[in-house]
Design a protein around this ligand. Structure first.
Ligand code: SAM
Ligand code: SF4
Length: 337
């Protein structure tokens, strides 16, 4: 059994991985209802007092950056743009030293209005989720007729310099399973970078079915009907996306084969939920409660120590492909995707 080196300040786990990329969920609430994420009626949202305050979040990020070696912070949710203090949180994050990379994953609603303020506050770039360019299908998948807002949000992000704008898409068989190529052509035309993600068993309704999931293999085959894809010479590192040069480059496209091409061995993520729990994996079934410690007077050193301990116990893989796999209790929207 390996033993943690007490002199290593970083977020290492017992398999030797080091987490330096922090995903912070700012809220579990959302203004869309994507069918692969949550039910039409929404979920039982976290009670307001249970959600970390802006100051509590910033304190934990400062500890992560100054004491634990975190170099990258990505805000997510739920929908992070509906958090009222988002601009101030971004500003405080960008002021940390050493300055982390600061990015945001959003559904794009409201981005057209807030992109300039986010850029001024120090946000480096955004990932915008978009599963189809067809307005009817967008409405069907997200249960809201908001496609024009998302497109306007992407354009505003690019204009504000939040680049490269990356576009995240999930393909659902029988719904938008032929949208890979139109999405790629749209991204090529606008200078955005497309990432297609295999659907994961993280929806609140537990409706994920491996047998109907669109696989990375199928997605690539579809993309290749319209373009030549060649291996990206840039090393993948800890990125979950396998990337390809499109028609010789420089444009790229990525496929995130979370299920069929798992990348757990090089994972460098650590996660903070909106209610102050550390998760060492999207699929973790255990969490470590920093909020209680934070609210009962723990010092920065004590909080850092708890965080290190939480990461040490990270499992080698997500286990989706094991017959004994159990979905985590929290759905994606409450973890922070
Ligand atoms: N609301 C923001 C958004 O949609 O970008 C941020 C949170 S959302 C949970 C983050 C990402 O997770 C989105 O790109 C979304 O498409 C993806 N996602 C949600 N549920 C998923 C699932 N079951 N499988 C794969 N990706 C999923
Ligand atoms: Fe909301 Fe994002 Fe989940 Fe869609 S994927 S319901 S936009 S949290």
């Amino acid at each position: 059994m390996p033993v943690r080196d007490p002199h290593d300040p970083r977020l290492v786990d017992s398999f030797g991985r080091v987490a330096s990329d922090l995903r912070v969920s700012l809220t579990d609430r959302c203004n869309l209802r994507c069918s692969y994420c949550m039910p039409a009626e929404g979920l039982d949202w976290l009670a307001k007092p249970d959600v970390l305050s802006d100051d509590e979040i910033v304190r934990l990020m400062r500890i992560a950056v100054e004491q634990l070696g975190v170099t990258e912070v990505r805000f997510t949710g739920g929908e992070p743009l509906i958090r009222p203090g988002i601009v101030g949180i971004v500003e405080a994050t960008a002021a940390l030293r050493p300055r982390p990379q600061v990015s945001l994953t959003t559904n794009g609603i409201g981005l057209a209005r807030i992109a300039p303020a986010l850029a001024t506050a120090g946000l480096d770039r955004v990932n915008v989720s978009l599963d189809t360019l067809d307005r009817e299908r967008f409405h069907q998948i997200t249960r809201r007729d908001r496609l024009p807002d998302v497109l306007a949000g992407m354009a505003a992000a690019a204009a504000a310099g939040l680049t490269p704008v990356k576009v995240n898409a999930v393909l659902l068989r029988g719904i938008n399973d032929h949208d890979a190529l139109p999405l790629l052509d749209f991204c090529l035309a606008h200078g955005y970078e497309l990432r297609i993600i295999e659907q994961m068993p993280l929806d609140a309704q537990h409706s994920w079915d491996r047998a109907v999931m669109m696989t990375a293999e199928e997605i690539l085959a579809q993309l290749r009907t319209g373009h030549t894809l060649s291996p990206d010479p840039v090393a993948r590192g800890a990125s979950p996306a396998e990337t390809w040069l499109v028609d010789g480059g420089p444009a790229r496209v990525g496929v995130i084969g979370s299920v069929t091409r798992a990348f757990c061995g090089s994972c460098d993520r650590t996660r903070l939920t909106a209610d102050g729990q550390i998760r060492n994996c999207l699929f973790a079934r255990e969490e470590s409660d920093l909020r209680a410690a934070l609210r009962t007077g723990a010092t920065d050193e004590e909080l850092a120590g708890r965080w290190r301990l939480a990461m040490w116990g990270k499992l080698p893989g997500h286990g989706i492909n094991d017959p004994s796999f159990l979905q985590p209790a929290r759905p994606m929207s409450a973890i922070g995707g």
